[in-house]
Ligand binder design. Structure first.
Ligand code: ATP
Ligand code: ATP
Length: 152
């Protein structure tokens, strides 16, 4: 039955980590801090259909803010505000999690309700150069619920 499948799915959360269910970084729709929010760019953003959009400074590994599409509602496209300006006004905090975070722990975190999307990162330890954090994806409650529902 569906209920049994869900119960089994919930139990199987224990072996899985955020990495197993995240949306991979190359598939994440992001915006540069410098993007100008005119009629054309706002239309493009709305067309993507995502509510939360990571905002980077310089390169995509450097996510510094989150844009919520709701922030665009009161915007006058003729003002030509940048994404950075709108983010500094709204200040949605960016949340980060390590890619080996157990799904059970991530689910409990999302259930607290303070945020709904986390940037997933891993510690890269290259043979040359310094260890550094590398973004590998995003994870939302939706990704975890899908994992629970899909269990066979
Ligand atoms: P909401 O349902 O709250 O409006 P949403 O539809 O934008 O939000 P979620 O329902 O949280 O997003 O997630 C749906 C899927 O989209 C998940 O797989 C999630 O990882 C992915 N996702 C969320 N935001 C982005 C984004 N900016 N770029 C790419 N994928 C995203
Ligand atoms: P997300 O939770 O992923 O940011 P959301 O669609 O739930 O998306 P909001 O509910 O508008 O967005 O909240 C945006 C951010 O503002 C949240 O991170 C939340 O911590 C903070 N926030 C919202 N309402 C309040 C409040 N009344 N007091 C303090 N912080 C708030």
């Amino acid at each position: 039955s569906e209920e049994l499948k869900m119960a089994i799915g919930a139990m199987q959360l224990s072996d899985k980590t955020v990495r197993d269910v995240m949306t991979k970084i190359n598939d994440v729709f992001m915006l540069s801090d410098t993007t100008v929010l005119n009629t054309r760019t706002v239309a493009e953003i709305l067309k993507k259909g995502f509510t939360r959009i990571p905002v980077y400074l310089g390169d995509r590994n450097n996510v510094v803010a989150m844009l919520n599409v709701k922030d665009l509602a009161l915007l006058d496209p003729d003002d030509n505000f940048t994404v950075g300006t709108v983010c500094r006004y709204n200040e949605h905090p960016v949340r980060f999690v390590m890619d080996d975070t157990p799904l059970r722990m991530m689910l409990d975190e999302f259930k607290k309700g303070a945020y709904h999307l986390a940037m997933v990162q891993r510690l890269a330890e290259p043979t040359e150069g310094d260890p550094h954090y590398q973004l590998t994806g995003v994870v939302t409650l939706e990704d975890i619920l899908e994992e629970i529902l899909q269990a066979e």
